[in-house]
Design a protein. Structure first.
Length: 266
């Protein structure tokens, strides 16, 4: 497995800032600047023009951009300590495999998807103050015109081999298992991942990963079952839970596998 550019655990530790001190954090093209102005927390969010930037820096040495805008977050007295946390996107993400795909009856396949993360800023009471995507993804509609949902369109492709992914410290690897238990061939060009149900794990070598999600296509009126594994993916040996999913799901649930609301394929 290809070694990723791992992000330091120091990014996710609670921190304090002295009065009039400015502290900057960079996650690839995303920069988050924090300033303590007497009893106020101020924040500036800035995105570099170069979207290919990959480095993550805990303390940015440059000065905040003069053209940026500061805004108030809250009082220092109410939250003297802050923390940053990686988060999955707040809507489903739609990704394409490298080619239009066919899964034969009884066949099982595994895909890997590199999902660009969001970064959340939390107060000491675990109140989410802001959340920002590292990359601003385009909007897309998944489903039928009458029955569908708003999602984000991924620029990268789902890969059959994890080694082929474009690793960055601000992307999470999402393993996706698909099993066709129907009697028909399963054909699709797009996959919709509901990433709000995925936990984030950090491995000292392989970076950030989500837990496995699996879909079993049953073939009875296109109803299928999706499950989310508990614990880190089997590919990781020393992973630790870093951040829980936005929404908790227990066990699995049924859904329309193709074009209906909550669907998985198109």
């Amino acid at each position: 497995m290809k070694r990723s550019h791992n992000i330091s655990k120091e990014f996710w530790k609670p921190f304090k800032v002295k009065d009039q001190q400015v502290r900057g954090f960079s996650f690839g093209p995303l920069q988050i600047w924090l300033k303590r102005d007497e009893d106020d927390w101020l924040v500036m969010v800035w995105r570099a023009a170069d979207l290919t930037l990959t480095d993550c820096v805990l303390d940015v040495k440059d000065e905040p951009p003069e053209s940026g805008t500061w805004r108030r977050l809250g009082s220092v007295a109410a939250s003297p300590e802050l923390r940053l946390a990686p988060m999955m996107p707040n809507r489903p993400v739609v990704v394409r495999p490298e080619v239009a795909y066919t899964i034969l009856p009884g066949e099982k396949v595994q895909f890997y998807v590199g999902v660009p993360l969001w970064v959340g800023l939390f107060s000491a009471g675990n109140v989410l103050l802001i959340e920002e995507p590292v990359l601003e993804l385009s909007n897309t509609w998944f489903g039928t015109p009458m029955e569908g949902e708003l999602a984000y369109a991924m620029r990268t492709l789902a890969k059959r081999q994890v080694e082929d992914l474009d690793f960055h410290p601000w992307r999470a690897v999402c393993p996706v298992r698909i099993k066709n238990q129907s009697k028909e061939k399963l054909q699709f060009e797009r996959i919709c991942l509901r990433v709000r149900y995925l936990d984030l794990y950090q491995d000292p070598v392989h970076g950030l990963w989500a837990n496995d999600s699996g879909l079993t296509v049953r073939g009875d009126s296109n109803w299928s079952r999706i499950t989310y594994a508990r614990g880190a993916p089997s590919e990781l040996k020393k992973a630790e839970l870093l951040e829980k999913a936005r929404d908790e799901v227990r066990g699995g649930f049924s859904l329309k596998s193709l074009t209906g609301a909550g669907g998985f394929f198109q």
